[in-house]
Design a protein around this ligand. Structure first.
Ligand code: C2E
Ligand code: MG
Ligand code: MG
Ligand code: MG
Length: 285
């Protein structure tokens, strides 16, 4: 529409930019408020193995803030990244996940693996691995219960010594996975040098996996690449049985998506865990 408007194009575009700037600023103010008023929550999406056992949970941030609750987390996360607020927010998420993990074990639930998303800004902080170590120690959690998800652009190429933090985390026994694999610009040459346990295939590849001329060959290539590097593969965004069948054919290792469960509130996740009769022991896989 802007193109057809000819002379009005510049005005249209600049209006659009300023509107989005104002909104980002507003979101930033809301993020600060929400951090101060403790208005975030962590929800938990189950991850299953292809034989139907519960592998673990992915921690996904949510907000009770009146404005933020209406915005997609991906949007306010990216604004939190631009403004640096992802550091305090990320620290809060990590602390909350450790607290919840300990609380579940104290209630008598089996130890469960939890994956936490980590932004590039967190990972390039010199004290990140020490923060993780400290939180694990305070809640008396074993490192194999924590998995960290980073996007490929965070670690390939190595920006700001992220890979130094990663090697410290790996030495501690913490698992690392590459999130949204295939959507960034990764340098595959570095993949084998990283202590990566699993690759997570982005929803966008899974969505079209069962279609004619769809993404099946790409998913096939990613799975074969991962397996030949000794890594596991997690498919994200599995929404139907047809997609699941394709992933089984390709010997994908784990699945996550609305077909099984959306991200659950802490109360719903607790209920879910009490009824999850087949949990893969944390020592395994
Ligand atoms: P992600 O880590 O790739 O998380 C997967 C996203 O896919 C989640 O969106 C999840 O709710 C959604 N999803 C799960 N199953 C399905 C499905 O079957 N179909 C579809 N269409 N979507 C599905 P969510 O929770 O909105 O989070 C979006 C992104 O925000 C995350 O992508 C992650 O990059 C970021 N994020 C969320 N929580 C945190 C956090 O605590 N810290 C950081 N740094 N980033 C976070
Ligand atoms: Mg993730
Ligand atoms: Mg992802
Ligand atoms: Mg994502």
């Amino acid at each position: 529409r802007a193109k057809q408007a000819g002379g009005a194009q510049y005005e249209y575009v600049s209006k659009d930019i300023s509107a989005s700037t104002i909104e980002a600023n507003e979101v930033e103010v809301c993020l600060r408020q929400a951090l101060k008023t403790d208005s975030f929550e962590v929800h938990y999406q189950p991850q299953l193995t292809l034989d139907g056992r519960l592998y673990g949970l992915e921690a996904l941030v949510r907000s009770r803030h009146s404005v933020l609750e209406k915005i997609a987390p991906a949007r306010y996360i990216s604004i939190a990244e631009e403004s640096g607020l992802i550091v305090p927010l990320g620290n809060w998420v990590l602390e909350e996940v450790c607290r919840q993990s300990r609380a579940w074990m104290d209630q008598g639930l089996p130890a469960i693996r939890i994956a936490v998303n980590v932004s590039p800004l967190q990972l390039t902080r010199f004290d990140f691995s020490a923060k993780v170590k400290d939180a694990m120690a305070r809640y008396n959690l074993s490192p194999n219960l924590l998995e960290l998800e980073v996007t490929e652009s965070t670690v390939m190429p190595d920006k700001g010594h992220a890979s130094y933090q990663i090697s410290l985390l790996a030495q501690m026994g913490i698992r690392l996975s590459i999130d949204d694999f295939g959507t960034g610009y990764s340098s595959l040459g570095r993949l084998h040098q990283l202590p990566v346990e699993s690759l997570k295939i982005d929803c966008s590849f899974i969505q079209h996996i069962a279609e004619y001329k769809g993404t099946y060959p790409i998913v096939q290539a990613i799975i074969s690449l991962a397996h030949s590097l000794g890594m596991k593969v997690v498919a994200e965004g599995v929404e139907n049985e047809e997609q699941l069948a394709r992933l089984k054919q390709l010997e994908c290792d784990r699945v996550q998506g609305f077909l099984f469960s959306e991200a659950l509130s802490p109360a719903a996740a607790t209920e879910f865990l009490w009824h999850a009769y087949d949990v893969l022991p944390a020592q395994m896989a």
